[in-house]
Each structure stands twice: as C-alpha cells, then as structure tokens.
Design a protein. Structure first.
Ligand SMILES: NC(=O)c1ccc[n+]([C@@H]2O[C@H](COP(=O)([O-])OP(=O)(O)OC[C@H]3O[C@@H](n4cnc5c(N)ncnc54)[C@H](OP(=O)(O)O)[C@@H]3O)[C@@H](O)[C@H]2O)c1
Length: 312
C-alpha cells in the first residue's frame, strides 16, 4: 500500500467536487469545525459495553505545549463531547499538565484517561508500581493502563492484572506501534485477559488490518488507533497538497482532509476510538468534529482507499 496519493484526483472527482469547489483545505476554521449539532459517535468497549466517543486526543506533545493551551484544549474537548485522553508516564510533563488542567477545570471524573506504564530499566526514569503511583498522583484517576512496550509485557502483566483486580484501574492493555512486533503482540492478545490494544492505524499504515484487528474483534479487545494522521513527520495531510476532497465526502460530514483521514480510521469496525495528537486548538476542534455525524460504510471505505492509492 502506497503511503502517498500516487496520482492526481480523477477528473470525475474533480467534477464531482462541485459542492466543495475550490480548495477545501482553505475552508475557514469555523466551517471545518462546523456541525457540532450532529450526533456524537460512540462505540462500546467490548469487555464492558461502556460507550466512549470515537474521537479522542493524543498528548505526546503536551509535555512541551504551553500550560494555558493544554488547559484550553481540554476544556474545549469536553465542551465538544470528547472524553478519551491518551498520555504516558514517558511523555515528559504531559501527565502533569493534563492532571493539573483537568483538576482545575473540575473535569477529572468526566474524562476517560488512558496512560502507559514504564517498566523498570526501560526508557523512563522510573518503572513498575512506582511509575503507576506517579501517574496516579499526577492524573488523580486512570481508567485504562497500558504496558507501553511489548518488550515489557511479561514483566508488567502481573502488576497490571493486580491493579485491575484491586479496582485501581478499570481496563488494561498493551501498546505497540511497530509492525514487526505484531506477531508478539498477537501472542499476548491470545495469552492475557486484556481489554485494549493501541496500535498504529491510518490510511497511510493499514498493517494492523491483516491480523491485529481481526483478532481484536474475535477476542473482544477494544482498539485505540494511534498516529491516525500519519504522525508529525509523515503527516498524511502534507501529502495531499491542494487537492480537493471528492464531493461524496460531504455526505459524511467530512469538510477537510484531516476529517477524511480520521473518519476512515474510526469507521473500521474493530477500531473503538482514535487519538489524533492535537496541540493546537483549531486542530482539536476540527478533529472532534470528525467524531460526529455519519461514518463511512464499507463501500465508502473502499473508495477512500482507492482515492489514497491514486486509483480513483
Ligand atoms: N503507544 C505508543 O508507543 C505511541 C506512539 C506514538 C503515538 N502514540 C499516541 O498516539 C497519539 C497520536 O500520534 P501522533 O500525535 O504521533 O500522530 P498523529 O495524531 O497522526 O498526528 C499528529 C500531528 O498531526 C497534527 N494535526 C492534528 N490535527 C490536525 C489537523 N486537524 N490538521 C492538521 N494537522 C493536524 C498535529 O499538529 P499539532 O500538534 O500542531 O496540533 C501533529 O503534528 C500520540 O499523541 C500518542 O498519544 C502512542
């Protein structure tokens, strides 16, 4: 699968773009974030049936984002209906800033907070229970605790299952954003009673579709899609240039390429939610808007894939 729009959009797409004539990427912010009256899309966590909004927030930049911006983003996210926040013990001061902002805003109990555990001797400054205790101290509440790296799963799973048994966290999981690790991840998905996995998934990286997503569906494991926009260095939107969206995108409330990419991700039946990283308020608003309205159906997903591959 190519990770670039390999060819210009077809003449048909351009002609069909009547409704969205011109450069959609240049639409004013108010329009891209429009239609907040459309219904919020939620999906159930298979292990419990608890419904969460499909559009969350990734925060690996929040350690170096000015505190006032973090506060404003979290406040706005909650106003827009979003609840799912993904952070990690390893993300610098991300947990610190999130914990402080949510507490000041009185939102801690309203949000669904996921963080990731460092293992002792791993890349973080502390590991194991100490890492969890520090996350709790910073965030006040952790709904979902991941083992950050596949390499640490064997060592950390007893602690995770213990914390869940004690009711300190409600859900546990494993993250891996490296495709070569998927065989090991699949083994752990079969071996341990995890509630969530977090893997890379975007139109530019569909490697999870082969085995991880089908196994997650089979074993009733929720999937949180990381790096849904391709990531800062490989941003999918930067590969789109000034191409226009196809007219049919409007049928799904898609008014920008970022929304196109995000709606693609969360419309996969096995994906429970996505966590686009947004350290800018306008990005957060645009992304949250993609968590409302209609999701693309299977036929539309195929059209999106063909468009991305330059075949439409
Ligand atoms: N488990 C793991 O090991 C792991 C690894 C990587 C990531 N993650 C998680 O996944 C999250 C998402 O990954 P990511 O942040 O690397 O990649 P991403 O979400 O695919 O992309 C984030 C980038 O997209 C930009 N962006 C966001 N919304 C946009 C919009 N509407 N229009 C244009 N640009 C937009 C952001 O800019 P601004 O920041 O300027 O808004 C940022 O540069 C992380 O924050 C983290 O929580 C987990």
């Amino acid at each position: 699968m190519t990770s670039e729009l390999a060819a210009p959009l077809s003449r048909r797409d351009v002609l069909q773009a009547g409704l969205l004539a011109g450069c959609v990427g240049a639409l004013p912010r108010s329009l891209r974030a429009a239609d907040s009256s459309a219904p919020l899309i939620t999906k159930p966590i298979p292990a419990s049936g608890e419904k969460i909004p499909v559009m969350g927030l990734g925060t690996n930049q929040f350690g170096r984002t000015p505190y006032d911006d973090v506060r404003e983003i979290l406040k706005r996210m909650q106003q827009l209906g979003g609840t799912v926040i993904d952070t990690a013990a390893l993300y610098g001061d991300s947990e610190v800033q999130i914990g402080k902002a949510l507490s000041e805003l009185g939102l801690t109990q309203k949000m669904f907070i996921a963080t990731k555990l460092n293992a002792p001797g791993g890349p973080g400054d502390i590991g194991g229970r100490e890492s969890f205790d520090r996350s709790m101290q910073r965030l006040q509440k952790v709904d979902l605790l991941f083992v950050h790296f596949v390499e640490s799963v064997e060592a950390m799973m007893p602690l995770l299952t213990d914390l869940k048994k004690q009711g300190r966290v409600r859900y546990i999981g494993i993250t891996s954003i490296r495709t070569p690790q998927y065989p090991q991840l699949l083994e752990y998905m079969r071996k341990y009673p995890i509630d969530f996995v977090q893997v890379n998934y975007s139109l530019g990286d569909r490697s999870a579709e082969a085995e991880v997503l089908p196994l997650a569906e089979q074993r009733k494991i929720a999937v949180m899609a990381a790096v849904p926009l391709g990531g800062g260095r490989n941003l999918l939107i930067s590969q789109v240039g000034d191409r226009t969206l196809p007219a049919w995108a409007a049928d799904f409330g898609i008014a920008s390429w970022s929304q196109f990419f995000l709606k693609y991700v969360v419309s996969h039946p096995a994906i429970t939610c996505a966590i686009p990283g947004s350290s800018k308020l306008e990005h957060l608003e645009e992304n949250q808007a993609a968590g409302r309205g209609r999701l693309p159906d299977a036929a539309t997903r195929t059209k999106m894939e063909q468009l991305w591959a330059g075949k439409a």
